[in-house]
Design a protein around this ligand. Sequence first.
Ligand code: 3HC
Length: 692
Amino acid sequence: MSAEYQVQGNLAVITLNNPPVNGLGHATRQAIVQGISRAQEDAAVTAIIITGAGKAFSGGADIKEFNSPKAFAEPSLHTVISVLEEAEKPVIAAIHSVCMGGGLELALGCHYRIASPGAQIALPEVKLGILPGAGGTQRLPRVVGLETALNMIVSGNPVSSEKLAQTALFNQIAEGDLMTAATAFANQVAAVRPLPKVRDIRIDYPNYEAFLQFSRNTVKAMSGPFPAPLACVEAVAAAVSKKFDDGIQFERELFLKLVQTTESKALRHAFFAERAASKLPDVPDDTPVRTIKSVAVVGAGTMGGGIAMNFANAGIPVRILEMKQEALDKGLATIRKNYENTLKKGKLTQEKFEQRVALISGTLDYQEIAQADIVIEAVFEDMSVKQQVFQQLDAVMKPGAILASNTSTLDVDQIAAFTQRPQDVIGTHFFSPANVMKLLEIVRGKLTAKDVLATVMALSKKIRKTGVVSGVCDGFIGNRMIEQYSRQAGYLLEEGCTPEQVDKAVEKLGFAMGPFRMGDLAGNDIGWYIRKRRYVEKPHIIYSKTADLLCEMGRFGQKTGAGWYDYKPGDRKPYPSTVVNDMIVKHSADIGVERRKISDQEITERLIYALVNEAAYILEEGIANRASDIDMVYLTGYGFPLHTGGPMFYADTVGLSNVVRAMEKYAKGRHGEAWKPAPLLAKLAADGKTFN
Ligand code: 3HC
């Protein structure tokens, strides 16, 4: 049963029971309506309580149903809410833990609401690219006021029940047991008539138009490509300017439009993709995990320091090992400075600042990290250096400690083979800046134990990362794909583009940064180092020489004050560089390529489809478990625009046959061999299917 009906004395209790969060799917909606009707017919029942089983009152409409006709099948959420509101006996919502979206709308349709302290109250629909579509925009302003409601609806952020205790949203915040309080309250109001309805409350806000206009302007400036936030403002505006039923109708029309937008589909995809990424087919949820109470990091460089901060932020002590006192001091000072900057910006309290700094210590002695539960190596990206470190770790670390490498491209199986305990070895690839970026690529070696994998996945949640599991291959999911993207970017320079033109084209699409600005930020020398290795290991791969020529000029990026762009001291703004652009034009002439005008469409297609084609190989080889994992890697680690849902979802939206058609066109140009569609992509396109 998706909702249980019980009669307790003179009260009917309807308990939503649709795990995990009592989503209001079709069956649950039906069960609520049936429950109300049974209660109405039972003369012995004087009032009805609605509550939720398990860990939520309700997480809202069942988002999984959104793409199916079930979402709109009767009884719709609107119908359910009307049935509650029109019930002849008092209906009391007993709210605990989570009351969100349609769950809150349902509660607003009840005559009374009682909540436990600490319940999370939200209308988070905007985060899914929609707006509350079952009266939330019309009823919430009537009980919490126009400004609070608008803030909640436009941000989608939860507010705790006790913060709303003074509003008309709650009739009571239950002190002790919620059901005991709800029962007492229900008995108190059993005879009250007429029954109070939120819809009957008038919103009293003189000069509301000025406030709404201000809100429109602010929200418009902040919502980028997403239409939902502004639609939220318009719907709330209707709550003050229209009659209730007209406002409901207006909200419904906006909801139906938004739910069909690509932006909303992309956000819903990202919501489920994030949750799916934490699941592995052969590692069940109940796999035992190892206890992680202390962490060690080898290397106090930029990555090591950033990695350490993640653990300190989560309250886990971390010790950093370095080879030289000077490097250790420098690394610890950088961490302290980072925290000081956050403190200065007011984003950290003095107390938290001190706690975090105190959790990070340094050492030069391997013995002093031996008892750590997990050690993460973040040293120079060179196999012989990794070998030395892992042999040392194998010698000193306590049995059962997890040995992780932050390598971004190297073979984790080879690293594991340097130890006598390959089952304890795993890759944890953080993205720079490691204390900020959400992505953690978790690299599963051939012999990595399942409990090690489960532990690291749980740990990634604890440090608030999106953990995505990758198999072992050169570059794993993210960097293996970016390699193809970078190669296309280099070819585009040779064929007629400037770095600025390429960057602008993808940034217009919503990328956080184009490839050349990204190179300047990350350091062009890193790619140079990797390419030099590839020239030896994989001589058949053809790269544009422009990036090597740039590095030969010493232009490594922002850190050297010059890269693809010029920089002014103390200013991260990129200025197009005549020297670099001349170098590129000369290089085209040197290799006999006649430069041509290249459209933004060609730029974006070549860059994105290069990613997609490589991703199809990655999927087919089982390096990624699912297409949506690849989307998560790109959304959380590479600044791929959220409103597109990630490269795979984007390709699905464009249509895979269209993607293949464009690739066939590019295959006729220079370096056409790169455009051979991966077998999986070709097959899905031919069958009219999608990745996701
Ligand atoms: N519908 C369907 N499934 C949902 C769901 C929903 N509304 N909300 C959460 N879930 C599922 C998740 O997919 C996940 O499933 P899984 O275990 O199979 O992966 C499971 O519930 C647990 O989710 P979390 O891992 O996120 O668990 P947390 O405890 O961290 O968080 C939560 C719980 C706060 C409810 C969080 O899941 C959340 O924010 N959910 C989204 C809530 C939301 O957006 N509601 C609005 C829906 S749209 C709506 O109501 C339209 C209406 O206005 C008409």
